[in-house]
Write a protein that binds this ligand. Structure first.
Ligand SMILES: Cc1cc2nc3c(=O)[nH]c(=O)nc-3n(C[C@H](O)[C@H](O)[C@H](O)COP(=O)(O)OP(=O)(O)OC[C@H]3O[C@@H](n4cnc5c(N)ncnc54)[C@H](O)[C@@H]3O)c2cc1C
Length: 390
């Protein structure tokens, strides 16, 4: 068994699986190490679906969103599997005076020449009578939005990487990483592996992995949840008739949902609705406060969606203080690259995997990722005030 590779990837969640694929596609000898089983439920990337969309709140993201669709298309073409289901996407806000969120979305989409429609509450309800909205709601509709099948996408990335020769070690926690001349050593309970480059995609465990190289990021881990509700009128919530949607508001007033997919049920959740935890202290118990908030919201604005609850599934967010990603090489250790998803990265997983492969193999990426640097104030200034709602 070889203990020497070109690149080692720590973590096989959505981003690490994609990085492993893109590295193997570039011809590198890759070892990916995952502490649990593939597809496990303890991280951030499990479940049937994640929202994917061109629409975003800032130009740093709208400069990338088209590339996310291309990255998924590459995997769909190579695997022959459908991963993305297009439904269209609505961003909604209860506006008091001027919008506080939708204006950022509209500006960021305009910057990137992403077409969108501005809709009144009445126009939304005329097209999607599933919504019951007061007049003060405004909306943006963008057609290139939908869902990506998360579980399938992760498995496809890993299967394609394996087919290109990547080695995947599961049930193998990395205990230490140690920069050495010309590369990096990665210690597990059984072996110490060596590589020229290291990619860290450890999600909520990022700081534990980084402590070996003296880096600590101001990350907040929250326990989030999504609930599958079975509507009485299933047909009204089929992906051909019902878009993905995001309701923008301040803390405890941001919600999102997806049409029927994966289960015979719609999926909905509250964004940043959970408690602060660690990867060790988290539970798998639904949070009754978030559950009550979501039910109140659906009952008021999407009453037909609030059907029989099938189940609630918990999941973790790894939040940066500005809610922006980290995608960078580690200062002082250019052989180590790192990504942190800030609780909204699954849609970008394929693309971030590709970017990480470029950082690892070329030392830089062709994609515009300056906003996601490790040396920005949100990550380096201890007085930076976290703001998670974007
Ligand atoms: C409820 C919920 C809904 C979401 N909805 C969306 C959405 O609609 N759209 C969207 O774009 N994003 C969404 N996100 C966010 C998105 O899912 C995450 O940003 C993304 O999955 C992060 O992936 P990751 O690979 O960084 O992390 P993870 O999936 O957590 O992967 C990290 C992996 O590293 C492994 N690991 C850690 N430490 C070690 C070690 N020492 N040794 C070996 N392995 C290790 C872990 O076991 C884990 O498998 C949602 C997240 C949640 C929780």
């Amino acid at each position: 068994m070889s203990t020497s590779y070109d690149v080692i990837v720590i973590g096989c969640g959505g981003i690490g699986s994609a990085a492993t694929y893109w590295l193997s596609r570039a011809g590198a000898a890759v070892l990916a190490i995952e502490q649990f089983a593939l597809g496990h439920e303890r991280g951030e990337s499990q479940d049937h679906s994640r929202i994917v969309r061109l629409a975003y709140h800032a130009p740093a993201y709208t400069a990338l969103t088209r590339h996310t669709f291309s990255a998924w298309r590459t995997i769909e073409e190579e695997s022959g599997l459908q991963l993305v289901v297009r439904t269209g996407g609505l961003d909604l806000e209860l506006v008091d005076g001027a919008p506080r969120y939708l204006n950022h979305y509209a500006a960021a989409m305009a910057t990137a020449a992403i077409p969108f429609e501005t809709l009144s509450a009445a126009e939304v309800m005329a097209r999607w009578p599933q919504f019951q909205l007061p007049e003060s709601v405004e909306a943006l509709y963008q057609a290139d939005a939908g869902l990506v099948d998360a579980r399938r996408a992760n498995a496809a990335h890993i299967a394609l990487a394996r087919a290109r020769g990547a080695t995947i070690r599961t049930g193998t926690p990395v205990r230490a990483v140690c920069p050495v001349p010309g590369g990096i050593e990665v210690a597990t309970d059984e072996h110490t592996y060596r590589a020229e480059r290291l990619v860290i995609t450890a999600g909520p465990w990022s700081n534990r992995v980084l402590q070996n190289i003296g880096l600590r990021l101001p990350l907040t881990i929250t326990q989030e949840q999504v609930t599958y509700f079975q509507p009485t009128d299933l047909r009204a919530f089929a992906p051909e008739r019902f878009p993905i949607w995001i309701w923008h508001g301040d803390a405890r007033d941001c919600f999102y949902g997806l049409p029927v997919y994966g289960e015979v049920a719609i999926k909905a959740g509250q964004d940043v609705g959970g408690d602060v935890v660690t990867a060790d202290t988290r539970t798998f118990e639904p949070n009754p406060r978030a559950d009550a908030d979501l039910r109140r919201f659906l009952g008021r604005y999407l009453p037909g969606a609030l059907g029989l609850e099938l189940y609630t599934r918990t999941c973790l967010y790894t939040l940066t203080p500005d809610r922006d990603f980290v995608i960078d090489t580690v200062p002082g250790h250019p052989q180590i690259s790192l990504a942190v998803g800030a609780g909204h990265a699954f849609k970008f997983a394929g693309l971030i995997g590709r970017i990480l492969s470029q950082l690892a193999l070329d030392g830089h990426s062709a994609y515009p990722i300056a906003a996601f640097r490790l040396d920005r104030p949100a990550l380096t200034d201890p007085s930076y005030q976290p703001a998670f709602m974007v």
